[in-house]
Design a protein around this ligand. Sequence first.
Ligand code: XIL
Length: 313
Amino acid sequence: REPALRTFAPQHLRVGAAVDVKALNTHEAYRKVLAREFSAVTAESAMKWGQLEPRRGQYDWASSDRLVEFAVANGQSVYGHTLVWHTDLPAWLPRDGSREELRELLREHITTVVSRYRGKVWAWDVVNEVLADDGSMRDTVWLRELGPDYVADAFRWAHAADPQAVLFINDYGAEGRGAKADALYRLVGRLRAAGVPVHGVGFQAHLRADTMPPGMEQNLGRFAKAGLRLAVTELDVRVRLPVTEKKLEQQAGVYRRVLQMCLDQPACVSFTVWGFTDAFSWIPGYHRGYGAACLYDSGFAAKPAYTALRTLL
Ligand code: XIL
């Protein structure tokens, strides 16, 4: 194998990228870099409920299966994202139906998706973004209709469908010290004490080049100490436009520090970037005035951030 991120990473650490299946199908350079550099993939959208079941009772597996086949062909692991979220839900999902109906739909959805990829998806983001920034439970259709126990239920259903899968709770803004990180720590503690099969915590890490989350090292450390696996699930480091050499160096420093923290924690089993090329990054579309968040530029040339990771590995 050519020297690449995946060849230099320690055995226990998967180095992944979120994949845009449309780009995968249409761009040769995209496939080439993805296969060469990464030992794992996450579907950027293809495994979200709204994409999988656009019409009630009719699953469309084409994109997610395509990604899983690509991964198998290239010796990559698949990280599943995501079973329960408050957005990207199918339009047909009854928002004000009966509680029992909605609970049954969620149970069936989780069971269907996890069963299909049993033995192929090594880990799942079972619940995504269940906390609000102040640490309270996020006000979503799931909380309103099912009550807070939907979180425990989701983990139990996922575990029943694939007892081998490593099950994560995933969120953003809990990387550093703060109310949200504290709430996440307490929530996971309560779930584990109740025997709920939560195995790890995913830190999205949508970061900015000019700041680091405060106390991130200690924060990751306490979750690891509690016996949880850690994953950096969606790392990207956005730059305020226009891009300059200096900002790209700063960005490289953030990528490097996050990887270093992951390498320092044996519990950190997955390091995934949310897109690897600026050509297909979600950042410009969602964060006005920012861009250039990835390891490769839009022409698939490696940026200083790529070199920083390679050097560290
Ligand atoms: C984003 C994708 O990158 C976009 O392409 C999509 O349209 C919306 O979702 N947190 C998550 C991811 O958990 O699923 C989100 O992905 C980014 C924020």
